[in-house]
Design a binder for this molecule. Structure first.
Ligand code: MEV
Length: 442
């Protein structure tokens, strides 16, 4: 069927948007209309709030919001909020938290909190002339021109840390950058950074136009291409780690502590040298991070992009976590670059985000960085622990069992039957269906 394009969709009311969609794409089927309405919140104010987070909203898309308790982080016991649709993630985090609770918990260190942004520009001028202009005229003007924008941030202890001129002409003809570093304190800082950078672009243009250091031809060649923060923040970075005696690893899977430690370290080393494995390994790390990032109203696309760029920083995609087993000590850690905020954005607007931050004891942005690194490390520990012992399917399929049963509209009684049925068997999709058919035909 050929569909017609629509003009002014965004201007239609929610109901009119839905009517148009149902008629144009769903053959007028009213069941779909009911599905959309089922997910509207009964509280009209709350519904409106959610609609206004984004554009063209017609309903809400729910995700499970779970809790992984027993996280001992830097001596504080915490329950982590996790918004995630994948089964096993919250269970794995909880298992890992419990394991390390009994072995001293997680320790974290903030290594640095510097964020970056660039004004990218093309300027047909000799590099030394531009550098002289930057050092003796422009840099000061850039700070002055952004004083109003940075006033509040400076009051909170942040602001622009430094601005550098970067010569990129060997990679692209006449390409330079103003590379600025920022401290955005408790905010993620995207709006702040971008506002500063857009002012840099304007000031650069104005100062070049007024300068007598450049010829008219040179002045006319200046093009500000764009001003934008970088989501790659290798200097906004936190380390989270766990360690214990190999003798204390005591795994219940039946293999010895030494064999467990050896296999675990091999698994990490494989992810350090083999990008195919590193991708899945880091996906598991991000299972833990994204769930808490979403629950705390932060931007999971930014944290994903940053983590994967960092994983490739040596020219090859590698594991984000590392492990040593020297002198009888098992040590496992992550260095995670991550830029998040606890003020601004959704943090004061989304009721569940407010709840998450309250649950975490109203952390600072640095404390949230630590919590996120711990969540990623814990998730990776749980995945590797299963992978090098029982395999992941045993636990995974047990959680997946409920998804399969729900697909077939299983009753609570049927679910209980299957929990008992698979107590000492590995769950398989095929067996669930065939056993369910038998049960129902009895
Ligand atoms: C599944 O979402 C994540 C894992 O594949 C991660 C890993 O293999 O390390 C279990």
């Amino acid at each position: 069927m050929n569909h017609k394009p629509i003009e002014g969709f965004s201007k239609l009311s929610k109901q009119h948007k839905i009517d148009w969609l149902i008629n144009e794409y769903l053959q007028g089927n009213q069941e779909y209309q009911q599905i959309l309405q089922q997910y509207w919140n009964d509280n009209p104010d709350l519904q409106k709030l959610h609609e206004e987070f984004s554009e063209n909203t017609i309903t809400n898309f729910y995700m499970p919001y779970g809790i992984a308790p027993n996280f001992l982080i830097d001596g504080k016991l915490m329950a982590l909020p996790m918004a995630v649709e994948e089964s096993s993630v919250v269970a794995a985090a909880s298992k890992s938290a419990k394991f390390w609770l009994e072995r001293g918990g997680f320790k974290t260190t903030i290594i640095n909190t510097e964020k970056l942004g660039h004004t990218h520009f093309i300027f047909k001028v000799e590099a030394h002339k531009l550098l002289h202009f930057f050092n003796f005229t422009l840099k000061k003007k850039l700070f002055e021109a952004t004083e109003d924008i940075t006033a509040n941030m400076r009051k909170r202890g942040g602001g622009i840390l430094d601005i550098k001129l970067i010569d990129k002409t060997s990679e692209l003809a006449n390409y330079y950058q103003l590379k600025a570093s920022f401290n955005t304190v408790d905010s993620m800082g995207a709006n702040f950074i971008n506002s500063c950078l857009e002012q840099f672009g304007k000031t650069l243009k104005e100062e070049v136009a007024q300068s007598d250091a450049f010829s008219e031809d040179e002045k006319n060649s200046l093009q500000i291409v764009m001003n934008i923060l970088s989501n790659f923040t290798p200097d906004c970075i936190v380390r989270a780690e766990v360690s214990c005696k190999i003798d204390d690893l005591k795994d219940d899977s039946g293999i010895s502590n030494e064999e467990f430690a050896w296999k675990f370290k091999q698994a990490v080393t494989i992810a350090e040298i083999e990008p195919y494995r590193a991708t899945t390994h880091n996906k598991g790390v991000m299972n833990g991070i994204d769930a808490v990032v979403i629950a705390t109203g932060n931007d999971f696309r930014a944290t994903e992009a940053c983590a994967h760029a960092y994983a490739s920083k040596d020219g090859k995609y590698k594991s984000l976590t590392h492990c040593t087993t020297d002198n009888g000590i098992f040590r496992f850690w992550i260095d995670l670059p991550i830029s998040v905020g606890v003020v601004g954005g959704l943090t004061n607007l989304h009721p569940l985000v407010k709840f998450s931050l309250a649950l975490l004891g109203k952390p600072s942005a640095q404390e949230l960085m630590s919590i996120l690194a711990v969540s990623g490390l814990a998730q990776n520990f749980a995945a590797l622990r299963s992978l090098v012992t029982t395999g992941i399917q045993k636990g995974h399929m047990k959680m997946h069992l409920f998804n399969i049963l729900n697909q077939f509209g299983a009753t609570e009684e049927e679910k209980q039957y299957f929990v008992n049925y698979f107590k000492d068997k590995t769950v398989s999709h095929h067996e669930v269906i065939s056993e369910l058919n038998k049960l129902r035909n009895k």
